[in-house]
Design a protein around this ligand. Structure first.
Ligand code: AHM
Ligand code: MG
Length: 337
């Protein structure tokens, strides 16, 4: 049997060969990956595990929390509290940051996560996932605050996501390309299955929730109209549309075969640009996409250059195959927003 590389082996090799993964960052990534394994286990139980349905509460975004949202959040918090690698955590499901309790040693990293992305798909058995981002805690900060987290995405030291789908995969970057690991459930280990994922620069596939079309700004309408017109329009070629409504699954498809994913800002509420959150959805995905040769903007600027103002702030997202992201960004520059 061909020799298989596990996540642990991959991380240790990176540490030895490129010196880009310090020991405590490696341990932190392994703990996150272990928590994802536990979440995958609960997700796969479905109706047998009493994990489906709503929990009867709302998160800071005013969204109804599902039982699995809360369970996944608890799994990630508990797994990462005691290892000594973190100074604090932040989650989509928690209004405030989660400092490491005083009974545990503290480390130099900050971890952010969306514990269960694609919540609307939980009960209907469609792929969902976990997204995470790792930052360094600013120097000389004894007790991190929300302010300590508000760093540009370009300062992430690691980012990734897990997809709980037909296969359970973990996709990771530490700033040296993007690797995909598949969970071997019999052995309980993450096995490296795709090295150096690359997003083709051109694509004929796009993702957008078209039910919001009447609210879009003109640059988005122009871009989508052209794609829909296909061979008969100015692009002179046909485009295909896919929308899973789980960002993890849509981005995983784009990292696998290319495409452009969009969740634009629209005219409904200017104080809420788009739906997705900058710090634990857009930033980690933008880091992965750029590491795979793609691009990610908010229509005007590179997502990784944005200076966050709030932990839970929202951002418009255009990411994926470079030439398409550049085109729709150019349409914004030409006006109409
Ligand atoms: P969530 O974190 O509450 O699950 O929301 C984020 C999800 C993304 O995974 C997905 O791309 C988007 O919301 C789907 O939005 P819509 O409901 O408009 O289709
Ligand atoms: Mg989400």
């Amino acid at each position: 049997m061909a020799r298989r590389t596990t996540l642990t082996q991959y991380l240790i090799e990176q540490q030895r060969q490129h010196d880009n993964i310090p020991g405590d960052l490696r341990l932190l990534i392994e703990v996150v990956a272990r928590a994802c394994k536990a979440i995958a286990h609960h997700v796969s139980k479905g109706a047998l595990g009493d994990v489906l349905g709503v929990a009867g509460s709302e998160n800071v975004q005013g969204e109804v929390q599902k039982k699995l949202d809360i369970l996944s959040n608890e799994i990630l918090l508990e797994a990462n509290e005691w290892g000594g690698n973190l100074a604090a955590m932040a989650s989509e499901e928690l209004e405030k940051i989660h400092p490491i309790p005083n009974r545990y040693p503290k480390g130099e990293y900050l971890l952010l996560f969306d514990p269960l992305d694609g919540s609307s798909n939980i009960d209907v058995n469609v792929s969902i996932g976990t997204i995470f981002s790792v930052l360094r805690c600013p120097d000389n900060i004894e007790s991190p605050s929300e302010q300590s987290f508000l760093q540009e995405g370009s300062r992430q030291v690691a980012a990734g996501y897990a997809v709980y789908g037909p296969q359970t995969v973990l996709v990771l970057t530490t700033g040296n390309g993007v690797q995909s690991f598949t969970l071997d459930r019999e052995l309980g280990s993450w096995v490296l299955t795709t090295r150096d994922m690359k997003i083709p620069e051109d694509t004929h596939e796009y993702s957008i929730n078209a039910s919001n079309a009447r609210h879009w700004y003109p640059p988005v309408t122009r871009y989508i109209d052209e794609l829909e017109a296909g061979k008969d329009g100015p692009r002179g070629e046909d485009f295909n549309m896919r929308w899973i409504a789980s960002m993890v699954a849509d981005v995983n498809r784009i990292l696998t075969r290319g495409g452009i994913f969009m969740y634009p800002a629209d005219k409904r509420d200017p104080s809420r640009p788009g739906k997705l959150r900058l710090m634990y959805e857009a930033n980690p995905m933008a880091f992965l996409v750029e590491q795979a040769g793609g691009a990610a903007t908010n229509g005007t600027s590179r997502i990784l250059d944005l200076k966050p103002q709030h932990l839970h702030e929202r951002v418009a997202v255009f990411l994926g195959s470079k030439n398409e992201v550049e085109r729709v960004t150019q349409y914004h520059a030409e006006g109409g927003h």
